[in-house]
Unconditional design. Structure first.
Length: 290
């Protein structure tokens, strides 16, 4: 079952293998492939974009929490137990995994727990550590999308790190995929295909507007090829947002990609239909949108 925990057993040594950051990337790769499969997007989509849409965290965070919990259990065993005695011997030798536990706690501002572990119950430790790990990850994630030109549209949305509501509220997979692809730049508009072909950004022009760069903003709010469909969508949106028509284009762009009302289905359908129109008029172009 997806999301289930697992334990790795080292048969060669007849002992439990500690899962550390050296092993986790292999599992995270598999996990990320599955998340992209769930979203219906291709394997080269941005990992940061995918995690941001789903609000998920890397497996390494849970692995580190489990490691600390295991350490806390050992340290609280009676001193005359065989397992506790084995632990004490490991501590004397500064075994790698013990050092890793110490580093996890110190790095996350919880060094006091390492110094006096018996003063804290495991629920408190787990809650504080999970919060610290996730806070640091989200902070780094925000920095990553701000510095990633591929995710420039996503960075303008002031997105919170959580699963987006449209993923659960829109049941039609094709409509849902259309929104996802535009939000995380996992599409074949020329702004993206030109990146792969190393074309200067100012030359990644729209097939219908030779003087305009074909990016998400142009595609959704400017290109005259989709004016009729866009006007139809704007009419529907104005019922929910009375001042929508008077908004500037940048505000409309942001609203379309962050809409959280029943119109999100109409928005997804609009994006999907515009993609179809684009492909029909540009079938011989390498940059057709999938």
């Amino acid at each position: 079952m997806y999301g289930s925990e697992f334990t790795c057993f080292d048969r060669s040594s007849k002992s439990m293998k500690i899962i550390t950051s050296q092993h986790i990337p292999e599992f995270d790769i598999i996990d990320m492939r599955f998340q992209k499969f769930l979203l219906g997007i291709h394997a080269k989509a941005s990992n940061d974009g995918v995690r941001g849409e789903l609000g998920t965290f890397p497996i390494i965070l849970d692995a580190e929490i489990q490691l600390v919990k295991y350490w806390h259990r050992l340290i609280n065993l009676p001193e005359d137990t065989l397992l506790r005695q084995a632990y004490d011997n490991v501590v004397i030798g500064e075994h790698d995994w013990i050092v890793h536990v110490k580093n996890i706690l110190n790095f996350n501002g919880l060094g006091h727990i390492w110094l006096n572990p018996k003063s804290y119950n495991i629920d408190t430790i787990t809650s504080q550590l999970r919060q610290r790990l996730q806070d640091i990850y989200v902070q780094n994630w925000h920095c990553a999308i701000r510095n990633n030109s591929k995710l420039s549209s996503l960075s303008t949305l002031n997105k919170q790190y959580k699963q987006e509501n449209y993923l659960s509220n829109i049941k039609n997979l094709d409509i849902r995929k259309a929104i996802t692809k535009l939000r995380i730049s996992c599409h074949k508009l020329h702004v993206e295909t030109g990146r792969y072909r190393k074309i200067p950004i100012d030359e990644r022009v729209c097939p219908f507007c030779p003087e305009q760069v074909e990016d998400e903003y142009h595609f959704l709010t400017v290109c005259p090829k989709y004016t009729d469909k866009r006007n139809s969508l704007y009419t529907k949106l104005s019922f929910y947002i009375p001042g929508f028509i008077a908004m500037d284009l940048k505000s409309k762009f942001k609203y379309i990609l962050t809409c959280d009302n029943p119109c999100m289905v109409d928005i997804g359908r609009y994006i999907k239909e515009c993609i179809e129109v684009r492909n029909d008029g540009d079938k011989n172009c390498i940059g057709t949108v999938d």
